[in-house]
Design a protein around this ligand. Structure first.
Ligand code: MEV
Length: 328
């Protein structure tokens, strides 16, 4: 078995707007997806996943598209997870030139699926890393990020930025603007996450933002305003000004909400965090349900969130300095 892990992430700033070329600052957190692969002699791909906030599942299908079950990608998160693995293994086949290779793939993850913590990017990064290493090729982080980006791009039908996959491959805090991705310094942030137990449909949410952006000039302005918030956020990060970071996160949440990607539970959790004294709080990722990220050095926000109706889990997350980890 060849085993790799990759971290999830929170967006400090800039999700959605990053799809339109504005900068974004995600940062990797110590919640990981672990993907193990073993070669198969029959060219098939067999995926077994556990701990994806779903019951364990097993799906088996062949290397050719015709052999695959006729499934609707959006029908369930479970199906979506297998699509990411399928597409990631296609990247492995392409980069190694071994088109007929098959694998048994096992996924274990402590990142809730589709909840704004970068589960699909982490699975894609870890699967590509483990798959290529199993075939004797070790990719540099940049190449790994690029291949994982192509995976997300394919599964999300062209609607993906490089932010999630680059962050998961390299770890730490990163700045992404178009094709330009780089690591940046960040202080040790007091990150608290609230999870409503649900998930958003990234493709639908990105498409919704596209629609309002095309329809209303002020929605296009809102996206540009998010870019301005991100640029201010970068200055606050460079100055280690955590209070200003919090204020800007509140702004960012308001603008995302205006674009229609928040939800009642995400709004309730952000307000519960602020009421408890968090320096700032916002949704993270595509929205529609899932997680918020708050900054609070005290235990108050985590405690308040754990008693907030609609919040299923509240936890602290340390910054993950390391991206992909080669475990076996
Ligand atoms: C999803 O985690 C973040 C979005 O900005 C989409 C993307 O960047 O690919 C909504």
């Amino acid at each position: 078995m060849t085993l790799s892990s990759a971290p999830g992430k929170v967006y400090l700033f800039g999700e959605h707007a990053v799809v339109y070329g504005e900068p974004a600052v995600p940062c990797a957190i110590e919640r990981r997806a672990r993907v193990g692969v073993e070669r198969r002699s029959d060219g098939k791909l067999r995926v077994h996943a556990e701990d994806l906030s779903l019951d364990g599942f097993t799906v088996e299908y062949g290397a050719s598209a015709d052999d695959r079950p006729d499934v609707d990608v959006q029908e369930s998160l479970l199906t979506a997870a297998t699509q990411y693995v399928d597409s990631a293994i296609e990247q492995v086949r392409e980069v190694t030139g071994k088109a007929e290779i098959g694998f048994d793939v096992t996924i274990e993850s402590d990142i809730p699926l589709g909840a704004g913590l970068g589960s699909s990017a982490a699975v894609a990064v870890a699967a590509i890393d483990a798959g290529t290493r199993a075939l004797g090729t070790t990719l540099e982080a940049d190449e790994l990020a690029e291949r994982a980006y192509r995976t997300e791009h394919e599964v999300q039908e062209g609607q993906a930025s490089r932010a999630d996959t680059f962050c998961s491959a390299t770890g730490g805090a990163v700045r992404v603007e178009g094709d330009d991705c780089r690591s940046i310094d960040a202080p040790d942030l007091p990150i608290v996450i609230g999870f409503d137990g649900g998930a958003g449909d990234t493709g639908e949410l990105v498409a919704g933002v596209r629609r309002v952006r095309e329809e209303y000039e002020f929605a296009a302005d809102t996206i540009e305003a998010i870019g301005d918030v991100v640029r201010n956020g970068e200055d606050a990060l460079a100055a280690d000004d955590v209070e200003e970071l919090g204020r800007l996160m509140n702004f960012n949440h308001g603008l995302l909400s205006a674009l229609g990607v928040s939800s009642r539970s995400l709004d309730t959790m952000t307000w519960a965090a602020r009421d408890a004294g968090a320096l700032g709080a916002k949704l993270t990722g595509a929205g529609g349900g899932g997680c918020i990220v708050a900054l609070d050095p005290t235990p108050e926000t985590q405690t308040a969130l754990s008693f907030t109706p609609g919040c299923e889990d509240a936890f602290r997350a340390a910054l993950a300095d390391e991206g992909v980890k080669r475990l076996e």
